[in-house]
Design a protein around this ligand. Structure first.
Ligand code: ADP
Ligand code: YYY
Ligand code: MG
Length: 191
């Protein structure tokens, strides 16, 4: 049974940054759905490269069958891990239903770490990210924020109704954010 923490929040809210620190200190394995998709886009012989790129540029969400299989394959490479940080997933209802279909019985969903941060700050962080991404531009970000508001935030609300969401304000400096994130994991792992 894989132990899973979903990490959600607007683009630029700090999901990747905080997940790296959690992985470093708490023994969870960080799986960024976006990173896995970008790697599949580049993989020689991938049949999904063009499809993935069009969704990434358009700020829309890749069909769950592709993303969920990439996640499950990655988990199977770390069978002895304490747990997985599933970063940037589930991002919409298709992700959620596809995950349930493919992963139920194989995972224990511990909680959802929700990094909340004002959108204007998030957008500026993405524009200054400097990772050469094809979606860190004003046009793509506009669409990505729309996707977040219309499709991803309802997923956070869904988990909120199940009392599974742990919100941390990520507008603050990284160290302050991480201090609170560490407390969330401590509380969750004490039970
Ligand atoms: N708390 C923070 N304060 C200032 N900048 C941050 C903070 N967290 C992340 N960043 C920066 O913002 C950008 C986006 O962070 P990232 O972790 O990639 O966010 P996400 O994965 O949610 O898109 C990166 O350049 C990162 O260094
Ligand atoms: N579950 C997911 C996660 C990401 N994607 C695609 C669409 C997203 O805009 C891009 C980038 O995702 P990523 O999590 O790397 O983006 P941020 O780290 O939030 O800036 O990847 C997806 O289709 N499905
Ligand atoms: Mg990220």
């Amino acid at each position: 049974m894989f132990n899973v923490v979903f990490v959600l929040g607007p683009p630029g809210s700090g999901k990747g940054t905080i997940c790296s620190k959690i992985q470093e200190n708490l023994g969870y394995v960080h799986l960024s759905a976006g990173d896995l998709l970008r790697a599949e886009r580049e993989r020689a012989g991938s049949q999904f490269g063009a499809l993935i790129e069009s969704h990434i540029k358009n700020g829309s969400i890749v069909p769950v069958e592709i993303t969920c299989s990439l996640l499950e394959n990655a988990m199977n490479l770390h069978k002895t891990a304490n747990g997985f940080l599933v970063d940037g997933f589930p991002r919409n209802a298709d992700n959620l239903s596809g995950w349930s279909r493919q992963m139920s019985g194989k995972v224990h969903e511990q909680f959802v770490l929700f990094l909340s941060c004002p959108v204007d700050i998030c957008i500026n962080r993405c524009l200054n990210r400097g990772e050469g991404r094809t979606d860190d531009n004003v046009d793509s970000l506009k669409k990505r924020v729309e996707t977040y508001n219309n499709q991803t935030f309802p997923i956070i609300e869904h988990f909120g109704k199940l009392n599974m969401v742990r919100e941390v304000d990520s507008e603050r400096p990284v160290e302050e954010v991480y201090e609170d994130v560490d407390k969330v994991f401590e509380a969750a792992n004490q039970k």
